[in-house]
Design a protein. Sequence first.
Length: 465
Amino acid sequence: MTDPVQDAAGERVDVVVVGGGITGLVAAHEAVAAGLDVVLLESTDGVGGKVSTRDLGTGPLDVGADSLLARHRAGVDLAGELGLSLVHPTTGTVQLVADGHLRQLPTGAPYGVPTDLAALARSRVLSPSGLARASVEAAWPRRRRRPHDRSVADVVRDRYGPEVVERLVEPMLGGIYAGRPDRLSVEATTPLIAAADRRGRSLAHQLQHALAGRGDRDSPVFASPTGLMGSLATSLAQRLSTVVRTSSPVAGLDDHPDGWLVRVGAAGDGPGLVASTVVLATPAHVSARLLAAVAPGSAGELGTVDHASVSVIALRYGAAAPRDLPAASGILVPRREGRLVKAATWLARKWPHLADRGAVLRASVGRIDDHRHLDLDEDELADVVDREVRELTGLAATATERIVVRWPDALPQYDVGHLGRIDRIRRNLPDGILLAGAAYDGIGVSPCVASGQSAAATAVARLAG
């Protein structure tokens, strides 16, 4: 009898990459460079995922990821390989909203954890009682028994008290993860703090020591291609033009004598692909669905990874002059302030290559437990953000142009136990199926680049062996 699975198969390739975001593009790029036969399948009609640009006013702007972590070499090196020039922010000055007032974010506070008590006092971010509690951090008794992984809030609250968590750490991590510090894993999200906590009694002292020992201490933290972040995706897509197949959803995976059958089409009724290795560079909930038939254990645990939905709102204040803008490049808004806006950036203040763009603001909204933005239509959402920005900054002009871009289930949550969970998921995968992307190895473009590179290297090694 003929094997119906084998009958459904079409062409044979070395690697199928599922997902055309930056992770999938990088995985395909690396595998092609190693001489492998690769097909990349993307369900939508374009690639890039959350690395995306839109036009507003006098030119384009990033409406997804807006920078690279410069100290993470994977993204920087990729930009160099693609021939893209990088630019660094002109200022790192950020303001923080405290009790309705804009305050200067204190210096020497990685992830919002203060190491300079004088700078913390000058910022006036904490109440007098909160400052008094934080100032005795070095003398505060340490917890004797501590689990291997704890939440960021648990570690920082232990040392500094609750106000440092609520007024400093939460807005910093809210901007990165859209998550809650009392849920986020200190080992997975802030390993610098986790290591400092393990080493000694004073978290501030250990962080000072760690920062002083870093060779890149004075180097820029962020970078962006002069052609915006979208140029990373478009450059990769151009190089992979014969490899990428858009509007090609994947229905599932099946075992096949020659590896894995990838069932293409919304109902799996398209021409199948057989690959030795399949790289799933899709969001966690999509990967869980695709793995359900071939790796139910991994699929079940992967399906428990929670995600936050966020929206990016870009506003142009055409009547505002540069002198009308705040001096800082942006603001962070703690959850406790009750605002919809959690972070906002003045592009002309932050980026030298956008200095001539005028008064253009990019704001983000949405947290893991704040879904108010989902209940508003685009005009309502833009109106609320415009009003809040003007209330916080004192800007008199109203926005003359706006863009709203929604990113549903965009940010995977690295809850306590995340590293162990991902290790189990990967160990229980069948041979030849790999996972890559933001849900596993780090949030942000540079970690996603590294994740795609790692998956490609594994695929190359499998075929070589």
